[in-house]
Design a protein around this ligand. Structure first.
Ligand code: F3S
Length: 64
């Protein structure tokens, strides 16, 4: 599974990084999310899906 953050949509709500801290991190420069590892390890997929569903801006997509 791969994920992507749309930096135009991200407003820094932080829920993604709280739900899946090994998949998403917040950039120091603007507090927006970035993907730590685009290829999500199998044991992180459940958390990554929670992160996708938690984002109020719908900024995260599963791309495969
Ligand atoms: Fe951004 Fe959504 Fe995460 S707004 S910081 S991608 S919860």
């Amino acid at each position: 599974m791969k994920v992507r953050v749309d930096s135009e949509r991200c407003q820094g709500h932080t829920l993604c990084a709280m739900n899946a801290p090994e998949v998403f991190r917040l950039r120091d420069i603007d507090g927006h999310s970035e993907v730590v590892n685009e290829e999500v390890p199998a044991d992180q997929e459940e958390q990554a899906v929670e992160a996708v569903n938690s984002c109020p801006e719908r900024a995260i997509s599963i791309i495969s």
